[in-house]
Design a protein around this ligand. Sequence first.
Ligand SMILES: C[S@@+](CC[C@H](N)C(=O)[O-])C[C@H]1O[C@@H](n2cnc3c(N)ncnc32)[C@H](O)[C@@H]1O
Length: 464
Amino acid sequence: MSNTNKKMNKVLLEKSVLIDKINGLSDKEIGEKYNINLRKIEQIITKEKGINVSNINSPKKIRKFSPKDFQLENNTVWSFKSRGNWATHNGNYRGNWSPFIPRNIILRYSKENDLVLDYFCGSGTTAVECKLLNRNFIGIDINEKAIELAKENLNFEYLFGGNVDLRVGDARNLSFLEDSSVDLICSHPPYSNIINYTYDNEHDLSHLDTEKFLNEIKKVADESYRVLKDEKFCAILIGDMRKSKFVVPLGFWTIEKYLQSGFKIKEIIIKRQHNCKTTGFWYNNSIKYNFLLLAHEYLVVFQKTDRMNSFDEEKNIADLSFSVIDDIYLESTSVWIANSSSYLDNAISNLVKRYSNNFCIYNINYNKTATLVIYLLDKKFDEFINDIQQINNNCIVAILCNDNRLVNGLVRSEPIFVEQKLRNNEYLKIKEIIILSLDTINEMGSIENLNINHKYLLIYQKVK
Ligand SMILES: C[S@@+](CC[C@H](N)C(=O)[O-])C[C@H]1O[C@@H](n2cnc3c(N)ncnc32)[C@H](O)[C@@H]1O
């Protein structure tokens, strides 16, 4: 086919896709009709419309201004069955976050008339919540079309006495804001090359590879620290990625950048994602190719405070007992739900079923010929790293660890510490980050702190 013909075909394809979109065909139908994937459809729309939206027709009428029976979250695992469609909220802007997230953050960490900043404003979900909850708001986004959409979404009658300032700008440069002038930052970064928000805007961080993304997000973190008032909070939502059968812990690496800017961790909240299939094709593939579907993101609440992450919890590992359950349900995603009293049995049984029944618990019956070594993180971490050099190639090493609440109310995160320590280890490569989500029948968070009801299993593979 000549180049002119190829060009004509491309133009024709783009036009046809747009017409079908306007006529209301679903992405699946369009994909099948032209034999193209979702990413290609997104690309065509972003190129033509300047914005990555799933629906290019006009928005629907407002039915209600707040979610029914809303209750503030008290635990560290958040799971919203529906994304929320009050006021002008809808899932049209790809990658926008559920309004339940900014609503919870705004209510917990700010008060009326405070100034809230979202420097990755997108379609204005945080802005709409600020209008509904009577907070002043500054929203910036690199894409002028996103700012236009945010303005459209804010265009509804509501008793609101505050200010909203929406502008095109770059999150890495907040020079229009004075030092210590913002009460709360609440934002959802475009994480590295997962969804592209613009077709070819060179300042759009979603076009960057992981390393460049982390360098640039550090600049955002520095600016966040500068503009935030002392003792106030900065909440960001970030997830991991997968490269073939290994997880890329982008969430932890991003958290690290904010810590380097001076922030402390107030909460790490696990936001469950419900778009993961736990049956059929994906379930079978997760077993066949031995990987877990990513089903969580981290909503990290940082605090600008001088308090230190100092107190270290003593653990008594020797007291732990467990038993392996034979007919356990095999988990296929990165979030494993369990009962607080039986989570260890569940976790160990699942590890055994997925990886190997030739296993040992490092703290109890270490055996270097085992092909699955489970380590319940304790004070002997350095000894463990030395010992683990002797196990066989391809062995799986699973490390159970926690986020611990310190006496001063901050959080000390063991998994971030472990990942940092092992990042450049020549023998171990991180394979999965699993969240154990525990039920919380008798425990409630307080006004000050959420109740921590999750643990982590970091899965490494011995590669040398
Ligand atoms: C995950 S989306 C935010 C979605 C938003 N929370 C919502 O609900 O609509 C990330 C946004 O960051 C924007 N963005 C990318 N690079 C940026 C930059 N350097 N400065 C500001 N915004 C940027 C993208 O255009 C996109 O709208």
